[in-house]
Every structure is written in C-alpha cells, then in structure tokens.
Design a protein around this ligand. Structure first.
Ligand SMILES: [Zn+2]
Length: 288
C-alpha cells in the first residue's frame, strides 16, 4: 500500500512538473524575437516581456533585461543574426528592475555574464531563489561602464515602478533604455506592493524629461523604440489622468462611480490588456 501511494505521489509530481514545463513552452512557442538596430552598435530586441537593449563590440556584449527563460536561445540567435558578429556571448547583463518579464533569462545568461542591478533587485529576487542568476554587482545610486567606446550610465531612480528601478543611458549613441518607467502608448503599471509609488513615478518622469535631449532615441520597457516627443506625451497623459481622478475623488465620487464613468474618450487609446482603464483608475484612486 505504502509503495503504491509513493508511486502515485511520484506520478502526480511528474505530471505537475511535466505539464507546467509544457505550459511554459507552449506559451512561448510562437514568440519571435525581432531585432532592430538603433544606432551603430546599439540594438533593441522585441519578443514577449520587457524590451531588451544591447550594445555589441570587440570589448564584449552588454545586455539590458532578458525577458523569459524559454526565449533565451531565441534571443541569442536573433542577436547573432542581426549583428553578424561571430561571438555575442553576453559579458554584462543589467536588470532595470526585478520583475520576471525582465529577469526571466538571468539564469541562462549568467553563465557568461556578470549581472548588475540595484541593491533592491537582488533583495527581491533573493526571495525563494537559490542564488542562480542573481545580480552579482549591486549599487545604490548607479554605476558607469566603459565598453566598446561607449560610456554607459546606469542610474537608479527613487521608488517609481518598483523600489529598484534603473535607467540606462548610452552617452555616445544618445540612446536611453527607461525600463518600466516608460510604457509606450499605454497606461503604465505601478507596482505599489513592490515599493512603487504614483508620486515617485511622476517625479522620476519629470527628472528624465529634463535629462533626455530632443534628439535622443528611447527604448521603453514595453512598446516600440521611440523619441522624446512620445515620452512627453506619456508624461502629459499620466499628469492629466491623475488630475481627473484627484478632482473626482475630492468631489466625493467613489472609485466604482469613476470606473463606470471612465476618464473620457481622449484617454481610451492608452488602455491595453494588462493595464486597462479600470486598473489605471484603481491605481490612481488608491494612491493619491
Ligand atoms: Zn515591470
């Protein structure tokens, strides 16, 4: 009897393991990694999850964020194809924050890369993690890298999307990767449970508007490569919708009433599958 039970348990365990692996593979089976050159030796890679930024050159390859683990081999081959380089083994990997759609392939790339991130990224990733793929270089304010003729500024910004956000600036190429401080043409996700803050998010956006010049190219955390004009539109949208919610809340309108009424036709285009208009109203209403 005992043996039968043990065998049954084993079958159940195997089934769970097998089906979750199958599910993960299925989910990413049709995902294509599309690579696009941004400037000289800087590239952006789209797939599923946060956008990837890459700097290639003789000194080594630096990658920003890495989506999901089942996509890692596809990310590698897309990189080889677009750069025509013989070797694109990742030397440095920077995580803009700890979310799984930006750090999912850390285990895979950590075989060749040193992983860098803000101190809080390591802290949050350490929960239930056996230590593989964790950032091995952490910083508080930021760090600079000097690679392939580029000066790469990795700057931490105070609690915004999470409490461990970094943005990356390629000085010579004039390219920024803003992580999830920028969702191109869509409402942003602000992860208050992970130390994010609406007020902090807006402060960070203001600070970035003053740092980014008009000719810069910007890689958003989600959405397409774009420019400062589009970034300013995003900032204006956040301020305007926050203003609407604040005024309504102060006038005694309940959260549900506001959700039912909506923010107005003008802002509907920013709604998307993950952060719907309803969810954006909830974020604002609960945190201002
Ligand atoms: Zn995120």
């Amino acid at each position: 009897m005992w043996v039968v039970m043990k065998i049954t348990c084993l079958y159940v365990l195997l089934f769970i393991l097998f089906s979750s692996t199958t599910f993960a593979d299925d989910r990413f089976k049709d995902v294509k990694i599309e690579a696009k050159q941004v400037n000289d030796n800087v590239y952006v890679l789209y797939g599923a999850g946060g956008n990837i930024g890459v700097l290639v050159g003789d000194d080594g390859t630096l990658m920003i964020d890495d989506q999901f683990e089942p996509l890692a081999p596809k990310i590698e081959s897309a990189l080889l194809e677009v750069t025509k380089a013989k070797n694109t083994k990742i030397t440095y990997l920077v995580n803009t924050h700890y979310h799984g759609d930006h750090t999912g392939s850390n285990n895979y790339f950590a075989k060749s890369a040193s992983v860098l991130a803000h101190e809080n990224v390591r802290k949050r990733m350490s929960v239930n993690n056996k230590g593989i793929g964790l950032p091995v270089v952490t910083y508080e304010q930021g760090i600079k890298l000097h690679l392939n003729g580029e000066r790469i500024h990795v700057k931490h910004l105070a609690a915004g999307h999470t409490d461990g956000d970094s943005v990356i600036f390629f000085e010579k190429a004039n390219v920024w990767h803003l992580g999830d401080l920028f969702f191109e043409s869509r409402f942003p996700y602000i992860d208050v449970k992970s130390g994010g803050s609406v007020a902090g998010y807006i402060n960070n956006l203001d600070s970035l508007v003053s740092q980014i010049n008009d000719d810069a190219q910007i890689i958003p955390g989600h959405g397409k490569l774009t420019d400062k004009k589009a970034f300013k539109r995003f900032v204006d949208m956040i301020k305007a919708t926050k203003g609407i919610v604040k005024r309504q809340k102060q006038a005694g309108v309940s959260k549900q009433q506001l959700i039912d009424a909506g923010l107005g036709e003008k802002w509907k285009v920013w709604d998307w599958s993950f952060i719907t208009e309803k969810r954006w109203i909830e974020t604002l209403y609960d945190n201002i």
